[in-house]
Ligand binder design. Structure first.
Ligand SMILES: [Zn+2]
Length: 197
């Protein structure tokens, strides 16, 4: 009788411990799953091209006309500008160039050529850093500094803004909304047609 009890007791303990570990493992798995889902949701939110937390974002304009709004990012690029301006002129096409402030500061003449050719300059921040956790005050510096440079090369009127890498969270959209600024993203990119490249 004593032997049977001794034999059964450790087994009971073993089973109990196993169950506790299993419950802990399930709880841990649920926590990991929650963290992963939250992280992927956050990633989707900051990368969304059709939505930002505050203010106006345009990713496409509905029209019956067979047209596209052509945009270029990260310039002005003195290496490619001659070829791009030539092709656009030959086709009588106007485009929007989302320029980086510090690039425009370095190459103002390239910016002047774009404006003189009838193209629009958009604001793509001064430093082109990811502006996910940027405060409204820091966003102001990035945006206003670049706006001033855009004005000096001859553009007038409203200046649209495109977030570097298309990412934003709270501080940047807040500043944009408070200042009546429009974010412009995109819905087609060269990688959308990989079979053509
Ligand atoms: Zn960019």
């Amino acid at each position: 009788m004593m032997n049977r009890l001794r034999l059964k007791a450790p087994r009971g303990v073993d089973i109990l411990e196993h169950k506790q570990m299993s419950r802990s493992a399930r709880r841990l798995a649920a926590i990991i799953l929650g963290v992963v889902l939250a992280a992927s949701g956050f990633r989707a939110l900051i990368r969304a091209r059709t939505y930002q937390v505050f203010g106006v974002l345009v990713d496409r304009v509905n029209t019956r006309e067979p047209v596209v709004a052509l945009t270029f990012d990260d310039g002005p690029n003195t290496t490619t500008i001659d070829g791009i301006l030539q092709v656009l002129a030959e086709s009588n096409v106007r485009a929007t160039f989302f320029v980086i402030g510090n690039e425009l500061e370095t190459h103002p003449e390239a910016g002047r050529r774009l404006v003189a050719a009838g193209h629009e300059l958009g604001n793509h921040s001064y430093s082109h850093r990811r502006m996910v956790f940027t405060s409204p005050a820091a966003a102001q510096v990035e945006i206003e500094r670049t706006d001033a440079l855009i004005r000096t090369v001859g553009q007038s009127g409203a200046v649209v803004f495109r977030p570097p890498y298309g990412v934003k969270f709270v501080g940047l959209p807040w500043y944009l909304r408070q200042n009546g600024r429009t974010s412009v993203t995109w819905d087609i990119e060269p990688e959308s047609f990989s079979e053509v490249a």
